[in-house]
Design a protein around this ligand. Structure first.
Ligand SMILES: [Zn+2]
Length: 346
């Protein structure tokens, strides 16, 4: 029953049930995959099933009622430790990891296991990664370490080599749609969100904000304007990102979402220029796609898409958002023949 909350990863549920039944559960796993596909949820359910005091090894499932299950749900089980990067910080600090490792060194208080779920493992500081590595190298008996990140490439090779890497793929569109329908989301938006989600319910949910769609309209209209007013466009864009909150985290997330809209729009533009039908277009896009399509060839559009993806990487690397957006809008204006913010006509 308890695994019902986990959608789209049935194969992994079966695989873990099998290794547990055979007594071959590893000490350390690295869960990787796109954001929002359910890695954290899966790790939580796995921990709960392992700590449940009703079911034995023959059944990897949490009963949901025993005191261990209740403690896990309340976030107070003495053998389950979780950590993630605080929203306002750019890294997981060595102090957080030291504390985790100290907790792990103790014997299990009540369960068969001691379990650590370390989210945002992509953001371990070098010192924190080094500290964690010691626990990975000599894991205490009965311990299970679950690290969660986006790709194995973002971890130190020494960390990856000590973990079994488990890949989480995006969910089928029907599963994403099903999950969205269970939530308080405007039904008229669901189809579009599913198309843009890339199989990630988390991303689909993040894109459901009405403000984002309003900004999307301004953004694509600003792009299609000729000559492009890049100074104003960069200003509007930066302001919209800053409205997401004071902290860097929410601002970066919003910047990434707006870029996702842009990449989807440019991909439609590219399809159109290659004589294929648009896939992700909004009702008002046809006019703008036509206008831009008459001025840009496939090569330039491809360059713009590449430049958008580059900006996305810069956001993840935490370069200053305002600089990323300004440089990006400027580069676009140059390729699109508008006025760049440097005042040169191209
Ligand atoms: Zn239970």
């Amino acid at each position: 029953m308890s695994w019902e909350r986990i959608k789209g990863h049935d194969y992994l549920v079966r695989a873990f049930a099998e290794v547990v039944a055979k007594g071959r559960l590893g000490h350390a796993y690295l869960f990787v995959g796109p954001p929002g596909v359910g890695k954290r949820l899966f790790a939580g359910e796995l921990a709960k099933a392992l700590l449940c005091e009703v079911h034995g090894r023959d059944k990897l499932e949490a009963c949901g009622r025993c005191s261990a299950c209740v403690l896990v749900d309340a976030g107070t089980h003495p053998d389950l430790f979780t950590a993630s990067r605080p929203e306002e910080l750019v890294e997981l600090s060595i102090n957080t990891i030291r504390e985790l490792c100290r907790d792990m060194a103790l014997k299990p208080a009540r369960g068969r296991y001691k379990i650590v779920i370390l989210d945002d493992a992509d953001d371990l500081s070098d010192a924190a990664a080094g500290c964690f590595l010691k626990t990975l190298e000599e894991p205490p008996p009965a311990s299970l370490l679950i690290l969660i990140g986006q790709t194995a490439e973002r971890q130190l090779p020494t960390i990856v080599s000590r973990c079994q890497v488990i890949h989480f793929a995006g969910l089928p569109e029907s599963e994403v749609a099903g999950l969205l329908k269970e939530q308080d989301i405007d039904p008229a938006l669901i189809d579009r969100l599913v198309r843009l989600s890339g199989g990630s319910p988390g991303q689909a949910q993040a894109l459901a904000e009405p403000e984002l769609w309003e900004f999307r309209r301004q953004l694509v209209e600003g792009l299609a304007r000729f000559p492009q007013d890049s100074v104003n466009l960069a200003k509007q864009w930066t302001e919209f990102i800053e409205e997401a909150g004071k902290e860097g985290g929410p601002q970066r997330r919003r910047a990434t979402l707006t870029l996702r809209f842009l990449v989807a729009f440019l991909s439609d533009l590219l399809r159109q220029s290659l004589g294929q039908p648009a896939r992700l277009a909004e009702p008002g896009d046809a006019r703008l796609l036509e206008k831009l399509g008459s001025r840009l060839d496939a090569e330039t559009i491809t360059e713009l898409i590449e430049r958008s993806l580059e900006a996305d990487v810069q956001i993840e690397r935490r370069l200053q958002l305002v600089l990323i957006i300004e440089a990006f809008v400027d580069a676009m204006a140059q390729r699109m023949g508008g006025l760049s913010s440097l005042g040169k006509a191209h």
